[in-house]
Design a protein around this ligand. Structure first.
Ligand code: ADP
Ligand code: FRU
Length: 314
């Protein structure tokens, strides 16, 4: 505890407080085809790329390019394959000092089919052995170093403990600018109903269209309105919906919508949602309105899907 206080002063005085992104980094093997392959055929692909992926990692590299001092915390297998991921973080200036390395594990991997005709991405993901970030790992962080913490809602019970620690930390501050903003992404279906416990902890909740559909909602507006009843008062609820753009609702209950900003040609939709989230976090953290923030998210996601990878024109 004594250490936290010391760092608090030094971080505030040197303006070093940063955004922390908690979640997955993995290896993406991306196969680009001009048509979805037929089962039991032997197909030549247009391109095959090995890239760093993972929602939290993708969001981190986009935020860093927007000029945000960004740290990522996740787990890495102690394997030569992890070098590719570490080098990519370094390339974008994302801090990874608190990542946790595990021996005798394989890195999580996704085999992805990008259909360049339709713009779809089909992801086959596997994590056979690498543990997730645990509360014990998160507990070692000095929270005074952060202004914003974004959680990928993966291992719900652990993320719950982490977010509760941040809420407790915030309790000591009177000024809202001293408190850490918490955002939470609920992207993968199948975590309901356990993820409901996380909803009241966050200032900003991102729900994917897959989670919206799983919850029985037909569109983004319905989704944000219904979920806004389960979040803490004053929180922002956001739902991106591919080519239809994104919806959000904030403290005043007004639902706002941004259209998508499609590029001339869609090249790579992998991580469109992660890029959108980065744009929204960036804009909200700079005091933009909710509408401005989701428009910023849609613009940057539109830019991202116009070319392969996560290099953006910031
Ligand atoms: P995910 O990557 O989680 O599936 P979405 O498909 O919801 O994310 O997309 C996130 C954002 O990316 C959308 O709000 C939109 O702005 C942009 N986007 C994604 N797909 C398209 C598309 N086909 N055309 C235009 N914009 C898109
Ligand atoms: C895109 C992505 C990929 C990764 C997969 C994990 O949102 O993060 O980079 O392979 O999802 O589910």
């Amino acid at each position: 505890m004594a250490c936290e206080c010391d760092m608090s002063n030094s971080s505030r005085h040197t303006g070093e407080r940063r955004t922390l992104i908690v979640g997955l980094v993995c290896l993406d093997i991306i196969n680009v085809l001009d048509n979805y392959p037929l089962e039991d055929t032997d197909t030549r692909v247009q391109d095959q790329l090995w890239e760093r992926g993972g929602n939290a990692a993708n969001t981190s590299v986009v935020l860093a390019q927007l000029g945000v001092k960004t740290e990522f915390i996740g787990t890495l297998a102690d394997s030569t394959l992890s070098r590719l991921m570490v080098e990519d973080f370094h390339k974008y200036g994302v801090l990874i000092d608190h990542c946790i390395y595990h021996n005798n594990c394989k890195p999580p991997m996704s085999c992805i089919i990008v259909n360049s005709s339709s713009g779809t991405r089909t992801i086959l993901h596997s994590n056979r052995s690498l543990p997730e970030v645990m509360y014990e790992d998160f507990e070692l962080l000095n929270l005074n170093n952060y202004t914003w913490i974004h959680f990928e809602g993966r291992n719900v019970e652990e993320v719950l403990k982490m977010s509760e620690r941040v809420v407790m930390h915030n309790g000591q501050f009177i000024e809202s600018h001293d408190r850490i903003q918490i955002s939470l992404e609920l992207e993968k279906p199948g975590l309901k109903p356990s993820f409901c416990k996380l909803l009241p902890k966050a200032d900003v909740v991102f729900l994917s269209k897959d989670v919206a559909k799983e919850s029985g909602f037909q569109n983004g507006e319905e989704c944000v309105l219904k979920f806004s009843k389960d979040v803490k008062p004053g929180a922002v609820v956001v739902c991106a919906w591919g080519e239809l753009g994104a919806w959000a609702v904030g403290p005043n209950g007004e639902v706002v919508h941004s259209p998508a900003f499609p590029p001339a040609k869609i090249e790579d939709t992998v991580g469109a949602g992660d890029t959108f989230n980065a744009g929204v976090i960036y804009a909200l953290s700079r005091g933009s309105s909710i509408l401005e923030a989701i428009m910023q998210g849609c613009k940057i996601a539109g830019d991202k899907i116009g070319h392969q990878g996560f290099k953006i024109d910031a």
